[in-house]
Ligand binder design. Structure first.
Ligand SMILES: O=C[C@H](O)COP(=O)(O)O
Length: 251
């Protein structure tokens, strides 16, 4: 039985003061929830304060990226151990915005995921096709290639703990959520791809999230799909009420 995850990606939003306001609101709204893993991913500047505030609470903290080296001359980057030291439990890796604007490749996604796992941080590996690939009809092939390259050379016991987020680029920040059937089709395809690369047991352990304009109104339908284990939420994660309603999809 896979435990659902609802993760909020704040992207480049919220100062520490703004972020703490959001955290305080959210903490009381989701108090007592244990059957869903709740994750928030603030910008790097707020990680120390937010992890301290959430220590011992039912909301885990994730980073929005992580470098693959342990230390060195990589200006602007953050090493896995630096995040682990703060109590960061998850790291978003290969978000389409990082692939599009910052030259992230399948190879660097693979390296970052490996380094995160080694430091005890669960990678949330993002995959998803652009609109033209969706329209051409080759999206399943596109996504399975991203999954294969992201997981290349990883052992099944490590892959079993990974989280994969299917985020069709055409649905991110556009208000255009994929239909529940479209989300299920690709999440199921990702699971089948992992079963082919590894085995059914590994594939059945991996949690696969959907991301792209998820709202309180759409989460229930998404979560009813058998291969959707949660959501990676952008815009709606910036409002405590909306995000808490998404977290409470089964209530
Ligand atoms: O990481 C989150 C995704 O990019 C989704 O963002 P969105 O919910 O604003 O569409």
């Amino acid at each position: 039985m896979r435990k659902p995850i609802i993760a909020g990606n704040w992207k480049m939003n919220n100062t520490i003061a703004e972020g703490m306001k959001l955290v305080n609101g959210l903490t009381s709204l989701v108090k007592g929830i244990k059957d869903t893993e709740i994750v928030i991913c603030p910008p790097a500047t707020a990680l120390a304060v937010v992890t301290t505030a959430l220590h011992g609470k039912n909301i885990a903290v994730g980073a929005q990226n992580v470098h693959w080296e342990e230390s060195g001359a990589y200006t602007g980057e953050i090493a896995p151990a630096m995040l682990a030291e703060l109590g960061v439990k998850y790291a978003i890796i290969g978000h389409s915005e990082r692939r599009q604007y910052f030259g992230e490749t399948d190879e660097t996604v693979n390296k970052r995921a490996r380094a995160a796992h080694r430091a005890g941080i669960t990678p949330i590996i993002c995959v998803g096709e652009p609109l033209e690939t969706r329209e051409k009809g080759t999206y399943k092939r596109y996504v399975s290639r991203q999954v294969r390259l992201a997981l290349a050379d990883r052992k099944p016991q490590c892959v079993a703990k990974f989280v994969i987020a299917y985020e069709p680029i055409w649905a991110i920040g556009t208000g255009k959520t994929a239909t529940f059937e479209q989300a299920q089709e690709v999440c199921e395809h990702i699971r089948k791809t992992i079963a082919k690369l590894y085995d059914k047991k590994t594939a059945d352990s991996v949690r696969i999230l959907y991301g792209g304009s998820v709202k309180p109104e759409t989460i229930k339908g998404l979560m009813e799909k058998p291969d959707v284990d949660g959501a990676l939420v952008g815009g709606a994660a910036l409002k405590a009420k909306d995000f808490s309603e998404i977290v409470k999809f089964n209530r």
